[in-house]
Design a protein around this ligand. Structure first.
Ligand code: ADP
Length: 485
């Protein structure tokens, strides 16, 4: 089965969030099932440098404002992942991240940049590379949304189905919205700019194009798949998602054991496993020393590794942190994002240097240190499609403290008395999205931490959860079977 993944991030080469982790881990997991997968990515500098031994597949017309477009093929370094890369320097060879410039302003021509991505995906489905034609085109997020629309156009011309199309929504809040006037540049039939098409309240929506024109839709947890069909979390698309609910499925993300695994992690101070936790205690001490926090193990050390955005519910932490500090707890934070949240955490770190440590920015190594050396990882998100950090926490015996929403609700079981008795508890879950709800979960963490035997039991159970990609890969594989051409 030949499957083309269309995405704009891929770990380890380029990552702004969980999408990259999924794009890097899913194709190898599918390969174990016999799936012949390739990825298609834009020629961002990180991809141009990190995809080795590239060969020219074909020169392409200068579309969407590009002055030169070539399709290259190569292998992602240090992996077995085969990749196509669109070498269009005018559109993709820029400083900044895949979507925004160095001042965090979205590139004004994003609609052209990602139209080209979708257009090339569709052309691969029509035989652009005579040696390999995908039977399924699997797009990820709005960046790949137009692939399904261009494939639909090609199918209308050829009169036959060219490829099964799947769109995975990693976060419905990011929709790729552009003013109506850009539609004329997208080279799509006029009537596609319609409520039954990619029009969204007078704008062009790349995400809606993908949702509307794809054969099947997935999102990254069953609860989020349900939530986005309601008004509150549907981001204006609940009607369409509800209408396509028969074709919408939630498949939980897994964890890549080559990257997140305390038994082999080369970054952390001392390796450990559910059988021997001595190394974890060393990781905690090393983390406290590294961050300047007071070295202690009487009280829990909480961590946050996150984009610092409103979605992540971090104002609850800002408002509830004093309660944690007053109980003797510590908090080590890594993240970047909204200035107000960054400033609030930095001010707390200055005021309480023995209790609060903050590192702003993106730092893969520090993320590993924090996940390994902390006792509790906090993910109090307002909404959360899947969430990966709570999964990483569990694997490292760092119990998650989460809001009961989306993928967090699907993956963490609260340490209530009955769940402790049943030995199903893996963390601390709060339902009411307010400071009182957050603080009550934090208090449960303190209470459990004081009961060392119980704590260790929960830690062990969390660490033994099967969070591998195998189950997810099988579900995607089954879905591909339903749409394959
Ligand atoms: P989202 O995709 O909404 O950002 P996820 O929990 O699905 O959230 O994935 C976030 C990923 O990004 C995780 O792999 C997490 O470790 C990583 N991450 C987030 N912020 C940082 C940071 N500042 N430094 C390093 N890694 C980070």
């Amino acid at each position: 089965m030949r499957v083309l993944h269309v995405c704009s991030e891929l770990f380890p080469l380029l990552k702004t969030g969980g999408l990259a982790d999924v794009a890097g881990a899913l194709p190898p997991a599918l390969a174990k099932l016999g799936c012949d997968g390739r990825v298609l990515v834009p020629g961002f500098p990180a991809f141009m440098q990190g995809i080795k031994d590239t060969q020219l597949v074909v020169e392409l017309p200068n579309k969407f404002g590009a002055s030169s477009v070539r399709l290259l093929q190569g292998k992602i370094s240090n992996t077995e992942i085969e990749a196509y890369i669109i070498d269009a320097p005018g559109l993709f060879d820029r400083l900044g991240n895949p979507y925004s410039d160095t001042n965090n302003q979205p590139y004004p021509d994003n609609y052209r940049r990602f139209a080209l991505l979708g257009w090339v995906a569709a052309n691969l489905a029509t035989g652009l590379d005579s040696t390999w034609t995908p039977q399924v085109v699997h797009g990820h997020d709005w960046h790949a949304g137009l692939a399904a629309a261009y494939i639909k156009v090609a199918e209308m011309h050829t009169g036959r189905k060219l490829a099964g199309t799947i769109l995975t929504v990693h976060n419905l809040a990011y929709q790729g919205l552009f003013p109506a006037h850009v539609f004329g540049e997208l080279e799509l039939p006029d009537y596609f700019f319609n409520v039954n098409g990619l029009e969204f309240f007078g704008q062009v929506s790349f995400l809606k194009a993908g949702l509307y024109f794809s054969d099947k839709l997935t999102t990254v947890s069953p609860t989020y798949a349900h939530e986005i069909q309601g008004i509150e979390q549907g981001c204006g698309l609940s009607g369409l998602l509800g209408a396509k609910s028969q074709d919408l499925v939630g498949i939980l993300n897994g964890v890549d054991p080559a990257v997140w695994n305390p038994e082999i992690d080369p970054i952390i101070a001392s390796k450990f496993s559910s059988r021997s936790m001595v190394g974890k205690a060393k990781c905690k001490t090393a983390l406290q020393e590294y961050t300047g926090l007071k070295v202690q193990n009487e009280f829990p050390l909480f961590t946050i590794v996150s984009r610092l955005t409103e979605q992540k519910g971090l104002h609850l932490v800002v408002d509830g942190i004093l309660d944690i500090i007053n109980r003797g707890g510590q908090i080590a934070i890594l993240g970047s994002g909204e200035t107000a949240i960054e400033n609030a955490f930095e001010a707390l770190a200055i005021k309480y240097p023995e209790s609060v440590a903050v590192q702003l920015g993106y730092d893969e190594n520090h993320a590993h240190r924090l996940v390994a050396g902390s006792d509790v990882i906090m993910v109090p998100s307002r909404f959360e499609p899947c969430g990966l950090t709570q999964l990483y926490g569990m694997i490292y015996g760092t119990l998650p403290l989460v809001h009961k929403v989306g993928g967090l609700a699907d993956t963490v079981t609260d340490c209530s008395l009955e769940n402790l008795a049943d030995e199903t508890a893996t963390g601390f879950v709060f339902e009411n999205f307010d400071v009182a709800g957050f603080n009550s979960a934090a208090r449960r963490a303190f209470a459990l931490f004081a009961r060392k035997t119980e704590w260790k039991k929960v830690q062990k159970f969390a660490m033994l959860q099967d969070l591998s990609w195998d189950a997810a890969a099988q579900k995607y594989f089954d879905l591909y079977q339903q749409v394959i051409v």
